[in-house]
Design a protein around this ligand. Structure first.
Ligand code: PRX
Length: 648
């Protein structure tokens, strides 16, 4: 058992929300929460239907709240709606028109604030540009950009015209981009010359150029000038953003779209080598992100809210852009690294903008702990009133540090469990209500009905570890895997005969009904809060000439949560260290920097069962440096374990 899980199992501290926080909270009592949750469970139609009427702006009202069972529930049929309208236009007739929607800070230090009205204007203009470029409702558009305001503008403009955006995190390689372009059949790519990270320019346009050699569906490219780096522009294919925007009309109404119109595709790793195109649609996703962010972050109109994620991941989609903007909140967007020019950068940003709500990942918290208390202590963090965590289990030690050093022991912490597929937060404390237990994401939000079941789908008693499932559909759940509905059913619903959504996580529920996530039960790694599939890395390795066979497993890593350990059977003689670097570079080139292996271990063979299956659990023990106490009787060649250990 890993140290982190052990310390979670011993955790029995409870932190009750401060009375002052509760007094001002939107959901302010356990009874209120219970009532909402019960209604969401017993009568989801009424629960979600009432919220959809109250909270969303409809061009045409819907006829029904939900139709059909999981996995193919259709939400708000008959309704016409637009996500960009929800985020922008609706605020323009209120006092929020001149409120900051986005406060952006570039890594080199420049800042830009866009009010709702200004953001609306830019989005309308870029929507006109999309019209001019021939992008039509239903077309797919790839976005591969740094964290600059144009990224937000581009995604909201796609939403405005009804084009489905597919945002690819800037750390992915050219091959990863072309795979995604081809899968989505994207017509247009929006990118920038580059972005800034730790003082260095990260080239983006040249990576796009390389990807386009293998992306035949892409007709045009729009390029934002960000770094001023040297790039090539291909005539009649590549266009500068600023040229196109110069004369674009700011008069571009939001297109009324069906509730189930595809809003975006976001690729994520599954347990096979091929990334999955998670598809989210419009009305349900907007309702889910609006409500979850309102309940969990307890927004006040005067709040400055900062989610430190990159928009290339689902957290950035739902909780930098769609959720906060639908609520009329001021959302901070920061381009660069947390340790540039020094390790105090995040706290400097908090102090500078008087950030009230701060949402980050445990991997970042562990890095802050390592860098030392002196960094946060240098800054005034007294504006903070609420802290959030997302992406992986937070170990109680990191929770306590966050609570003391960043929250000054006065800020509730919301540990939010959710996934790309769930679209929004599913299990999380309500900051004014739920006593927190460090390491637990606590209880389901209203409208979310999870359970812990065994392999046969039988619900387990308190404190028994099992599989986390959702027993009811929710409006912001994924609708399909783009172009592969069969895989969608197979991945999430076949395990329990279509009855439950299977999340892929192991978890337990304690005697107070609190959920404790134990991590993935499939071959998905969680490296610094980013999902990677072991198969994807294995395929990248075996595509190299020097590799005969490879097996990839995760192991506990102090900073990243999970590290990547690759066991490689080379072709020919066992090579020297230089080859390790070649293979590391190769994986980075195939997938991207986020998949950089932490360890490459050469081995003459892999432990296999007599039927030829790699015994991954054994490899996991070896990678973690753990004694293995598993049954190895099915292992074909017993001597292999000793050899593998020696190699380590
Ligand atoms: O294993 C869970 C972990 O991250 C996975 C989802 O990854 P992704 O789709 O990339 O989305 C990350 C951001 C929402 C889950 O299956 N995970 C996410 N949040 C938590 C978590 N594990 C424990 N606690 C969390 N709060």
């Amino acid at each position: 058992m890993s140290d982190a899980i052990e310390s979670i199992l011993q955790e029995d501290r409870k932190f009750v929300p401060p009375a002052e926080f509760t007094a001002n909270a939107l959901i302010s009592s356990e009874e209120q929460y219970q009532q909402m949750w019960q209604l969401g469970k017993d009568d989801p139609e009424k629960f979600w239907g009432d919220l959809a009427k109250e909270e969303l702006e409809w061009f045409q009202p819907f006829d029904s709240v939900m139709e059909g069972d999981m996995p193919d529930t259709k939400w708000f049929q008959g309704g016409k709606i637009n996500a960009s309208y929800q985020c922008l236009d609706q605020h323009l007739t209120t006092w929020r028109k001149n409120k900051a929607a986005l406060i952006w800070e570039g890594e080199p230090g420049e800042t830009r604030t866009l009010t709702y009205q200004e953001l609306h204007r830019e989005v309308c203009k870029f929507a006109s540009v999309l019209d001019q470029l021939g992008v039509e409702k239903g077309d797919r558009v790839t976005i591969y950009m740094p964290m600059i305001p144009e990224l937000a503008i581009a995604m909201l403009a796609c939403a405005r015209v009804g084009a489905t955006h597919s945002i690819i995190f800037g750390g992915f390689s050219a091959d990863a981009i072309s795979d995604r372009n081809n899968d989505a059949q994207s017509k247009l790519v929006i990118t920038a010359d580059g972005g800034w990270r730790r003082g260095k320019e990260i080239a983006l346009k040249s990576t796009v150029d390389e990807s386009l050699e293998k992306s035949s569906s892409v007709e045009k490219v729009v390029v934002v000038r960000r770094t001023g780096g040297d790039i090539e522009m291909v005539p009649d294919r590549d266009y500068w953003w600023h040229d196109l925007m110069e004369n674009a009309s700011a008069d571009r109404e939001a297109t009324p779209l069906d509730s189930e119109h595809p809003l975006f595709i976001l690729y994520t790793s599954g347990s096979t080598g091929k990334p999955k195109g998670v598809l989210h649609t419009t009305a349900g996703y907007m309702l889910g992100t609006k409500m979850s962010s309102k309940w969990v972050f307890d927004y006040k109109d005067e709040d400055t809210y900062w989610c430190t994620a990159d928009i290339g991941w689902v957290t950035g989609h739902s909780y930098i852009i769609y959720g906060p903007l639908a609520n009329g909140v001021t959302s901070v967007m920061y381009e660069g690294a947390p340790n540039w020019p020094d390790e105090g950068r995040f706290w400097e940003v908090v102090e500078k903008y008087r950030v009230n709500i701060f949402y980050t990942a445990p991997t970042a918290i562990r890095a802050f702990i390592k860098w030392g208390d002196q960094w946060p202590q240098k800054y005034d963090l007294s504006s903070l009133r609420l802290l959030g965590s997302v992406g992986e289990p937070i170990n109680p030690e990191a929770w306590m540090w966050y609570h003391k050093l960043i929250g000054g022991e006065r800020c509730p912490i919301v540990d939010t469990w959710w996934q790309t597929e769930t679209g929004g937060i599913m299990i999380s404390p309500l900051p004014g209500v739920t006593p927190a237990k460090p390491g637990s994401c606590t209880k389901p939000l209203p409208g979310v009905v999870p359970a812990i079941v065994n392999e046969e789908g039988k619900e387990l008693e308190a404190n028994q570890g099992g599989l986390l499932v959702m027993t009811q559909p929710w409006p912001h759940m994924l609708r399909t895997l783009y172009g592969d509905h069969e895989r969608f059913i197979e991945t999430y619903f076949s395990k329990f005969d279509g009855k439950y959504y299977f999340a892929g996580d192991g978890a337990r529920k304690d005697e107070d009904g609190y959920y404790w996530i134990m991590g993935r039960v499939d071959d998905v790694l969680n490296v610094s809060g980013h999902r990677l599939s072991t198969m994807e890395i294995e395929s990248a390795l075996v595509s190299h000439d020097l590799v005969a066979e490879a097996a990839v497993v995760g192991y506990p890593h102090d900073l990243k949560g999970e590290g990547i350990c690759c066991f490689v059977i080379p072709k020919g003689d066992i090579p020297i260290d230089e080859v390790k670097n070649t293979l590391i570079k190769h994986v980075r080139h195939q997938i991207g920097a986020i998949a950089t292996p932490d360890q490459i271990r050469f081995t003459p063979a892999l432990p296999k069962t007599r039927s030829g299956k790699i015994m991954r659990r054994l490899l996991k023990d070896i990678a973690a440096g753990r004694e293995n106490n598993q049954d190895t009787s099915t292992l074909e060649d017993q001597s292999i374990l000793e050899k593998l250990r020696q190699e380590g």
